[in-house]
Design a protein around this ligand. Structure first.
Ligand code: UD1
Length: 313
């Protein structure tokens, strides 16, 4: 069993990753500045003796370095980030600090203290608006936001440092992640958490466009498992892989599943398409299957049922 340091430990993906690492018997050192992370996401983890939590900003000079020097983890899973495309457009300086500068500090800490592996939260946003589906890892990288650009820059920073200094870097290109603990109150949250709250409150959801747009929605529990594999699977080569299901689901299908789970809910309201929206997004899953031994078994229907079952009524 290994000691793993997780940045962004109290966030949506981070807290699930911490839970899965602890369940697999690893020791976990968590870091979060609670800018968007929430302590209650770690309610279970905080009761585990193998978990410790440290409150600071990874983008703050030397803070991470000191912790890595003390803890000497076998791997760092770097999930701390500014997580919203819209927020990166509104505040590109903050995006640079949290999504590029912080990554450089992670690379430096790994180099200085002999961390063998770094797992990085990348994103399908690095590909931009490609219409050549499913998107393979070799597709052109043409980000259309500061967020996508920062994720792409961070991949390059980490992979270059890893090769130069001898640590393994795994970049995880997440598609549309959904599930418990995604904050429905955030203006930047994903469509499924918005829909979940509205169905729970008995209000009609709004579909922007005709509802025929599709996404590759992946359950957060599968993403957490992919992170555990990337951090602990023996003998991994450095590289990047899509973390996706390879299955496309339309918004109308999502609304239909919610309507079954919440009988009596009002019908969706159609509104004009959101400017800048892409019509379809779908990932190719072969690289993650071959390199990490990862598949995403949770169907959207099962993931939504779990979300509804665990949400406050
Ligand atoms: C993601 C980003 C978005 C970014 C876009 C770039 C997230 C949560 N969103 O959007 O910031 O601009 O990539 O390609 O990471 N929808 C509705 N009703 C709602 C909310 C959303 O119909 O109440 C629709 C959207 O118009 C969209 C689909 O649902 O067609 C999915 O939206 P979203 O969850 O924001 O994901 P992306 O579109 O992939």
């Amino acid at each position: 069993m290994a000691k793993i340091l997780v940045t962004g430990a109290a966030g949506f993906i981070g807290s699930h990753t911490v839970d899965h690492l602890l369940a697999a018997g690893h020791a976990v050192v968590g870091v979060d500045n609670f800018r968007t992370g929430r302590r209650e996401n770690l309610a279970v983890a905080l009761r585990a003796p193998a978990f410790s939590l440290h409150e600071f900003d990874v983008a703050q000079l030397d803070a991470l370095d000191r912790l890595v020097a003390k803890e000497r983890p076998a791997a760092i899973i770097h999930l701390a980030a500014l997580v919203s495309v819209q927020e990166s457009i509104a505040d590109p300086e903050l995006n640079f600090r949290l999504n590029v500068q912080a990554t450089q500090f992670v690379a430096e800490a790994a180099r200085r203290h002999g961390v063998a592996r770094v797992v990085f939260a990348s994103s399908a946003a690095i590909y931009g608006d490609t219409t050549d589906l499913p998107i393979r890892e070799t597709a052109a990288k043409m980000p259309i936001s500061p967020y996508g650009a920062a994720k792409l820059a961070s991949e390059a920073l980490l992979l270059g440092h890893g090769t130069a200094y001898g640590f393994t870097v795994r970049c995880q290109r997440y598609f549309n992640v959904f599930g418990p603990r995604q904050d429905p109150a955030s203006p930047y949250t994903g469509v499924i958490s918005i829909f979940e709250r509205r169905y729970r409150e008995g209000q009609a959801v709004t579909i922007f466009g005709d509802g025929g747009q599709t996404r590759d929605f992946i359950a957060v529990r599968d993403v957490a498992r992919a992170n555990v594999l990337a951090a602990t699977h023996p003998g991994l080569a450095p590289g990047a892989a899509n973390i996706c299901t390879g299955r496309a689901t339309s918004l109308l299908e999502i609304a239909a599943i919610f309507a079954q789970l919440r009988p009596g809910a009002p019908a969706p309201v159609l509104a004009p398409m959101r400017p800048g929206d892409i019509r379809h997004s779908l990932g190719a899953r072969a690289v993650a299957a071959a390199e990490l031994g990862f598949t995403a078994p949770t169907s959207v229907a099962d993931g939504l049922a779990e979300l509804v079952a665990t949400s406050r009524t």
